[in-house]
Design a protein around this ligand. Sequence first.
Ligand SMILES: Nc1ncnc2c1ncn2[C@@H]1O[C@H](COP(=O)(O)OP(=O)(O)OP(=O)(O)O)[C@@H](O)[C@H]1O
Length: 225
Amino acid sequence: MISFEQVAYSYGGGELLSDITLDLAPGSFHFLTGPSGAGKTTFLKLCYAALTPTAGQVTLFGQPVGDMDRDGVAHLRRRIGVVHQDCQFLDHLSVAENVALPLIVSGQDTPAARQDLEELLSWVGLARRARALPPELSGGERQRAALARALIVQPDAILADEPTGNVDWEMSQRLMTLLLELNRMGRAVMIATHDLSLIRAAKSQVQTRVLRIARRRVQLAGADL
Ligand SMILES: Nc1ncnc2c1ncn2[C@@H]1O[C@H](COP(=O)(O)OP(=O)(O)OP(=O)(O)O)[C@@H](O)[C@H]1O
């Protein structure tokens, strides 16, 4: 579904990521870990074609990103939901309007999709906060709204960048429960996190691969986690 072949990336200085070859299968569950600044966010951006590799090839859903024009890339990116680290919202729009934005942008704003929006807000526990403005939300509510916004276009894969970064343990478990449930429904999930306790807790519930960025490479972490 997302394949890397000898991928490297540099922001202009030395190489940040080198020689990455891996395959993220449909329905798989991955964690991505590594020290701050190792390149986790950069790796995720390569996964959803927000960045183009400086060497090698990324293939999304069987199509090499390098061979596609901007429209083609934009079309494929809709199949990947992203929960960004800073989960930015438009503060003058309500939670429901923010979550619905990807529908409007992608021309999928139909009555059926609006019905899905209500169900989705209930599923993430935000039905009662639908009319709130983003600045009124708690950290955990923001993260769940960001997850709902990533899911509204029904992507095949979810990439979440430190989704539990600003929330307490109970809320991080609640978010993990949602991500595990998504995975059980068939979505591929990848979570970038520093939080090894989160990974250990999830490992008892799902078959997961843990990727670790070390010395510019993305490697499969051992059983020591
Ligand atoms: N747009 C950019 N231009 C230049 N350098 C960048 C850019 N974005 C990130 N970097 C640098 O690339 C390195 C990796 O950043 P990245 O955000 O991918 O790491 P990370 O592992 O996600 O870090 P953290 O865990 O702190 O979020 C850092 O040194 C960062 O300063």
